[in-house]
Design a binder for this molecule. Structure first.
Ligand SMILES: Cc1cc2nc3c(=O)[nH]c(=O)nc-3n(C[C@H](O)[C@H](O)[C@H](O)COP(=O)(O)OP(=O)(O)OC[C@H]3O[C@@H](n4cnc5c(N)ncnc54)[C@H](O)[C@@H]3O)c2cc1C
Length: 476
């Protein structure tokens, strides 16, 4: 029977699905199968796709088979590692390639390297590397996956000391759009290696990452909580101090309504606060000294900074890892944080539509800024500040209100910033995907898309279209 004569499951041919099921070593799940509902869910509940086929890959061979299947069927292929895509791109109504069973982590403490499969979460990686007193720079939340965070760049608790996640990437095993498994590193397919470090999932599917790990054990970490009434003073003092602080100190500001945690005074629960999260990696006594001025920006509500094992900092954001909430994001970079910008951010905070929404600010710089802007596809190396708003809510009936706040936030903050971080990019259209890269970087990515994925097999991502597709769309 030819493909065209085969019965279809939605847009898929039943016989081809059956053949794929026979071919893969992992599990192929269809809507009627047990476990389908759990398998289809991603972190952001705003996206409720119903994939026709979910392949829970067991190895690179399964990835190759699934890529070939999606190509032959001409359907969209979503790739899911940790499932934290804020814009829902790791699910689709066609085919999902799910790495939740490819989580192997092998640490080589002698060489200070680690080989990690994409479905591992950064929490799992932290636990495995910490056994050897090592860490790999990741993000701020333990449940985020290695696959998505790394391919977008990875800004986190160690960025100023050890750079972005991609700055510690030594090599990757990549399945290309034509179904080959290749190794990408500084010496092997260096152009592909450049593109996957910030270009998202556009260029191939990574089946394993090899990272350099760094000596990180006990750190000074935690958060200093301030009343939002002191917001302008706290943000001004923090931004000025953190930018000039030693690289050992990385800070992340979370502006939010205080969660009902036992260490926060009950009368402050649900009130707007500024949590100044931090990690100092280095000598602990020196760390306490460096952190001290941040404790004196105003009168703290509570200060939970102390020496702790590095992975303990992730307890601070554990709640953000809970799946099933609805979320919308807007982000941008800023050269610096001027007083007008601070006043506007405070107004946004005071008008946020959901008590679960967060405005986040990070002072960048340090090691991530010392990498040349053209060394990787992530090129926002010289930016001083990263600003993001993540509006989060529980009831889908309220979605319009919360989306509207995110849009307002973006419009009001736009005059102060530029660009966008691809890992904090919502469903904001093609123009914003271009803004994730400076023009020269985008042009280089486009050329590499033509080389590695000319028919745009990998399109379920913040998509960089091959030029052939752009031309045919323009002609249509
Ligand atoms: C609560 C929360 C906290 C966050 N904190 C940070 C942070 O501190 N720093 C930061 O930098 N980012 C952060 N992010 C953003 C995060 O990095 C991105 O959402 C990232 O895509 C999530 O990775 P994942 O593997 O969980 O995602 P998934 O949803 O599984 O994948 C997202 C996308 O990544 C690509 N992708 C995933 N796996 C692969 C693969 N194996 N090969 C090729 N492409 C792949 C695909 O295009 C996919 O659509 C956070 C997100 C959330 C929800």
């Amino acid at each position: 029977m030819s493909l065209e004569q085969q019965p279809r499951i939605g847009t898929l041919h039943a016989e081809a699905v059956h053949t794929l099921a026979q071919r893969v070593r992992g599990r192929l799940i269809q809507p009627a199968d047990a476990g389908y509902e759990t398998a289809r869910i991603i972190h952001n509940a705003a996206y409720q796709h119903k994939p026709r086929v979910i392949v829970q890959a067991a190895d690179a061979g399964d990835v190759i088979a699934t890529v070939q299947f999606a190509r032959e069927q001409g359907v969209s292929l979503a790739v899911r590692s940790g499932g934290h895509s804020i814009s829902g791109l790791s699910s689709s109504d066609a085919v999902v390639l799910d790495f939740s069973h490819m989580k192997a982590i092998t640490v080589d403490p002698e060489r200070r390297t680690a080989r990690i499969e994409p479905g591992a979460t950064w929490g799992e990686v932290n636990t495995a590397t910490q056994e050897h007193g090592l860490a790999i720079p990741a993000g701020d939340t333990a449940s985020v996956g290695v696959g998505g965070l790394t391919t977008g760049g990875g800004i986190g608790w160690l960025s100023r000391k050890y750079g972005l996640t991609i700055d510690s990437l030594l090599a990757a095993e990549v399945v290309t759009a034509d179904g080959r498994l290749v190794r990408a590193s500084a010496d092997e397919h260096p152009d592909l290696f450049w593109a996957i470090r910030g270009g998202g999932g556009n260029f191939g599917i990574i089946t394993a990452f090899e990272f350099r790990a760094h000596p990180v054990g006990m750190v000074v970490g935690g958060a200093i909580f301030y009343d939002a009434a002191d917001g302008e003073k706290v943000l001004r003092g923090w931004a000025d101090y953190a930018a000039g602080a030693p690289d050992e100190l990385t800070t992340i500001v979370f502006m939010m309504h205080a969660p009902p945690l036992p260490f926060i005074p009950p009368e402050k629960h649900g009130t707007p606060v500024i949590a100044l999260g931090l990690v100092y990696t280095g000598d602990l006594a020196e760390g306490q000294r460096v952190v001290q001025p941040l404790r004196e920006l105003a009168t703290p509500i509570v200060d939970i900074t102390s020496p702790m094992p590095y992975p303990a900092i992730y307890a601070l954001t554990a709640e953000a890892g809970t799946p099933g909430h609805f979320a919308e994001v807007r982000s941008m970079f800023m050269d610096a944080l001027d007083d007008d910008a601070i006043a506007t951010i405070m107004r946004q905070m005071n008008s946020i539509s959901s008590p679960f929404g967060i405005i986040q600010l990070r002072v960048l710089g340090g090691a991530m800024a010392r990498v040349s802007t053209d060394a990787t596809a992530f090129a926002h190396r010289e930016q001083g500040i990263f600003l993001a708003a993540i509006n989060v809510w529980m009831d889908p009936a309220d979605s319009l209100i919360h989306h509207a706040w995110a849009d307002r936030f973006y419009e009001d903050m736009r005059p102060y910033g530029h660009g966008v971080y691809v890992n904090f990019l919502g469903d904001e259209g093609e123009g914003r995907v271009r803004e994730a890269y400076p023009p020269a970087t985008y042009a280089r990515l486009e050329a590499l898309k033509d080389t590695y994925d000319p028919t745009n097999v990998f399109n379920r991502n913040q998509n960089i279209k091959p030029t052939v597709q752009q031309r045919s769309e323009e002609a249509a």
